[in-house]
Design a protein around this ligand. Structure first.
Ligand code: 5GP
Ligand code: MN
Length: 319
């Protein structure tokens, strides 16, 4: 069923909120805002997350957040599950096992590739971030935003728009950011945490990846590979090097970037960014992934070199 913000009904009971796997600022900030709103209406709410929180998003307030193991040990029965910022059920990872015991599944998202997998689907592909949709839900109910909500929702919107630079940014995006500032957001604190807080090892790894990147099609396509070997050399985790792809995209003349992350020797996470005509969500969909026209991703089974070949061939075809 397709819904809009006005006809969505929020049941009373126990909610689980699921940010997507490999969480980012939008899914985490959206989960926090929605959690606090649902709690203010008298519900019990648990955010069950999977994967590590990126280094620059750790400053948000993670009360009521549980890993799968922590949540299962509480043996809680629940009524509703809400997926935030996930375009398909794969994005729930192993938490899909919780679906069979829920009365209703809510799907709140802004990806053009969303599969409308919920009983209630609140999918707005015009929204720059899921955080924008969450803001509108809370605002509709005259919810009293706390400082923590302001930081969470601003983080969601700012990170998904590259700090209001990407083409998904609209006047509505800017209006919401303005409202958050008017309500008392500490803009300096949030921006320091999000953008001026880079671990030195991320800078060093970025330099190394750029020194070793492959370039195709007159240098319009760049491919960088984050291998386990590089992470080991710098004693870094994936969550400490989040966002490397944005530096590569910024290079003059580059149209498409693919970053391959070697999760293990047989599982490669691909992130793509486009600055031109190529719609990377179409390429990601071809590998059962998803995303937006200018930022998308997928998983590829196999070695990092075989994944590179597959993805480069597909991107070159699209260019
Ligand atoms: P990132 O490259 O930063 O991980 O993700 C870019 C965009 O593509 C985000 O909106 C993200 O939610 C989406 N995305 C990334 N990987 C996948 C994937 O494996 N499946 C789907 N459906 N979407 C993805
Ligand atoms: Mn998003």
């Amino acid at each position: 069923m397709k819904n809009n913000i006005n006809n969505i009904s929020w049941g009373n009971g126990i909610y689980l909120i699921f940010p997507h796997i490999i969480p980012d600022g939008d899914t985490l900030g959206s989960a926090i805002g929605l959690k606090n709103f649902l709690k203010s209406r008298g519900n019990e709410v648990y955010v069950v997350y999977e994967g590590e929180i990126p280094y620059n998003i750790t400053f948000l307030d993670y009360s009521d957040f549980y890993t799968i193991e922590e949540f299962e040990s509480k043996k809680i029965s629940y009524d509703y599950i809400v997926s935030v910022d996930g375009s398909d059920l794969e994005r729930m990872g192993t938490r899909r096992k919780f679906l069979k015991d829920a009365k209703k599944l809510y799907n709140i998202d802004h990806h053009r590739t969303n599969l409308n997998f919920g009983d209630i689907n609140l999918v707005d592909i015009e929204a720059a971030a899921t955080g924008e949709i969450i803001f509108r839900i809370l605002d509709q109910f005259d919810y009293e935003f706390t400082k923590k909500d302001l930081e969470a929702i601003y983080t969601a919107i700012s990170t998904d728009t590259g700090s209001f630079k990407y083409t998904n940014t609209t006047s509505e995006t800017m209006n919401i950011a303005g409202r958050l500032i008017d309500m008392g957001l500490d803009l300096e604190k949030v921006n320091l945490n999000l953008y001026h807080n880079v671990p030195l090892k991320k800078m060093k790894i970025t330099a190394e990846l750029i020194n070793n990147m492959s370039m195709y099609s007159n240098d319009r396509l760049c491919v960088v590979k984050m291998t386990q070997a590089i992470l080991e050399k710098h004693e870094a985790k994936f969550s400490e090097v989040d966002g490397v792809i944005e530096s590569v995209r910024d290079i003059n003349g580059v149209s498409v970037v693919a970053l391959l992350k070697e999760f293990d020797s047989e599982e490669i996470k691909v992130s793509m960014r486009s600055k031109g005509e190529v719609d990377v969500s179409e390429i990601a969909l071809g590998f059962d992934g998803g995303g937006h026209s200018k930022a998308a991703g997928c998983m590829i089974k196999g070695s990092i070199n075989s994944a590179e070949k597959l993805i480069v061939d597909r991107i070159l075809e699209a260019m």
